[in-house]
Design a protein around this ligand. Sequence first.
Ligand SMILES: *Cc1c(COP(=O)(O)O)cnc(C)c1O
Length: 479
Amino acid sequence: MKKENKNYHMSADEFRKQGHAMVDWIAEYWSRVEEMPVLSQAEPNELFNALPNSAPEQSEDFTKIMQDVEKHIMPGITHWQSPNFFAYFPTGASGPSILGEMMSAGLGVQGMLWSTSPACTELEMKMMDWLVHLLGLPEHYLLENAGGGTLQDSASSACLVALLSAREKISNLSLNKLGGNTVSDKKLVAYISTQTHSSLEKAMMISGLVTQNLRKITVDTSYAMKVDRLKEQIAQDKADGYLPFFVCATIGTTSSNGMDNLIEIGEIAKTENLWMHVDAAMSVTAAVCPEFRDMHTGLDLADSYNFNPHKWLFTNFDCSALFVKDKSDIINSLSILPEYLKNAATESGAVIDYRDWQIPLGRRFRALKLWFTLRHYGVEGLRHHIREHIALAQEFASWVHASSDFEIVAPHPLNLVCFKHTAGDVVNEALVKKLNTSGDLYLTHTKLNGEYVIRLCVGQANTTREHVEKAWELIQASL
Ligand SMILES: *Cc1c(COP(=O)(O)O)cnc(C)c1O
């Protein structure tokens, strides 16, 4: 008797049917998202306890799966794509980027080497050059020059890669200078400010450096690193026998949009032979508009730089751009070449293998969604929306400024406004809680100068003046 040839795969016809329905579902979601409570009102473990304890024995119908999405998944979604989302930072999800994501999944390529899909590598190379022009970055980041860019999963990975490259560089330098004596990792000291993103602290832990050797320099009243303090700390560390090797400056701190002085920090980095990394995760998207490019002044002094198209550049997570001034620094620190990965194209030096520019071996075809997004909007379209977001944040700040109950607590050059009610922490904390449980909008807080402060960040693609106005009304009415 012939054995039955079973096949459980989804047929092309079924995929086409469900795929069309999924696109409809997403478009429908976007049209109804504004009506939903922005912050998920789910109880802890609500979803976990509602689902069966193990995978089904028998194949299930996709329609049934989608019913469970409505029933179990949607209540546990915090709607980052709601125009009333003003929390943390935006996370892009434009139509063209989602279509790029879908195509990337459909092609299902793994771009670890040039040869495992030349288009995956070469489109990424081209997109990185496009970003250099789009943001007006220094020309040394263009691939035809000494530097170059790569897409990572997150700013956290980008910062880790920068730190590892810096560690490798200083180790090699001292190896040559000291005639064969390697510098002890225990002596290496890195500098950030008290406002630098926590990923730098994590990077220190992961890279095997001593976390106590991460110096957190205090900040001035605009939350920028105190450069004099940096200088003093470096002098102190040198006197104590340490080797300063790395400094991270931030353009737009996560907490308050603080802007470090790249020129002054860069001059110190040059004199003291430190690797300077610039973390610009959200804010530099504004540099697509020439009038906001001042924040890049001094960037030519940096060795590496990262920003996240997946925040404010209408590209869905994950898509984080990392640039290095000198490609050999990153490759020296992360290149490996076991026999099974050897291939003629790389060995000839004609192509890039991006696996040498990141921690994992495997990599997604991220460049597609960026290509689709940049082509769909065009530079003109990006500028239009970014300018609108900044103008809305500025208008909101003017309302806060004019109010006698609230006050602005930090400079707000772009799309983030930090403010507080004058009645103190307890009132501000209660206000945020009340607003967020109402579901009408979502705001988060930070602490500045030890005080509880409310953050309002404008950057969701569909946020208009009407939403910001409503937010301000609700903030005042919820006291
Ligand atoms: C958001 C943010 C990060 C972290 O970004 P991920 O991509 O989530 O790792 C790092 N630095 C700054 C300044 C940020 O705003």
